[in-house]
Each structure stands twice: as C-alpha cells, then as structure tokens.
Write a protein that binds this ligand. Structure first.
Ligand code: FES
Length: 155
C-alpha cells in the first residue's frame, strides 16, 4: 500500500507515530521500514529522520532490513528462560537452518527474540506474527513450523 495513504489515516500528532510505523511495516513486502518511507513519516510527523530512526532502533518490533513473511519471536524474559526458552531457540535454529535475526532463503521465516509476550503462565512462549504459542516442546515447535510451511504451499 502507498505510504502516503497510510500516513493520512493518522492525525500528525507524535503519539500516533508508533502505530503509523507498525501500519507501514505491516503493509511493506518484507515486513520492514524502508528509508524512503521513514523520510515520509518524518515529514508527516514534523520530525527529523534521525529522531525517527531513534524510535525505530529503540523498539525491537521494527526492522530496517527485509524479513520473512512469518516473524518468529522467542520470549527471553526470565519466566520463559527458566522454562527452556534457550532450547526453543536452538530447536528453531536447527529446524529453519538459520541463526538468530536471520531469514530463511525462501523468505518465509525470520527468527528473533523478544521480551515478555504477556503469556508467562504458558512458558516457554513464542509468537509467529501476532499469534502466541505457549507450553512449547520439540513436537509442538515442529508442528507449528510445518503448519506455516503448508500454509505457504496452500494446503
Ligand atoms: S516471560 Fe515469556 S511470556 Fe512472559
């Protein structure tokens, strides 16, 4: 979608900046924020590009490089860490054949970490885009990845 159209959905108050950036990122192929689009957002919100870049770099949900269709975020906060988040990350690295913050060659998955996703009772937890998955174990992780691979193939 055209970035100018997205920006017009928002009043130019800075309090709307984060939501507007999410909107732009979600509507950009590769799930990221391009420099040209950040310049447009800076103009729209009457900010400098370096101020906008500061915001983007502060929040781990934003990326300035292209990512996969599905962004997997493994919670690394203490309750999940204690319940084996490290193993979850290892399983995902093996299954996907990528390292942390990398994207699979087919551009399907990007692997990231995050702080608490608000589902600590379900630790260890990860999200795929906006869907939360808890009580993870090897079998469950394999099935989740299989589900998204099949979805891509249109099964
Ligand atoms: S600590 Fe992982 S979801 Fe809260």
């Amino acid at each position: 979608m055209n970035v100018d159209k997205i920006l017009k959905r928002y009043n130019a108050d800075r309090e709307n900046l984060i939501q507007a950036l999410h909107d732009i990122q979600d509507n950009t192929e590769g799930n990221y924020l391009r420099t040209g689009d950040l310049k447009k957002a800076a103009d729209y919100f009457h900010m400098s590009l370096s101020e906008i870049n500061g915001v983007v770099e502060f929040y781990s949900m934003f990326s300035k490089k292209p990512r996969g269709k599905y962004i997997i975020r493994v919670c690394q906060s203490p309750p999940c860490y204690i319940k084996g988040a490290f193993n979850v990350l290892g399983e995902l690295k093996n299954l996907l054949g990528i390292d942390l913050n990398d994207t699979t060659k087919d551009k399907l998955f990007t692997l990231e970490t995050t702080s608490c996703l608000g589902a600590c009772d379900e630790a260890p937890v990860m999200s795929v885009n906006n869907i939360i998955y808890g009580k993870l174990n090897t079998e469950k992780i394999k099935n989740i990845i299989k589900h998204y691979r099949e979805e891509k193939r249109g099964k």
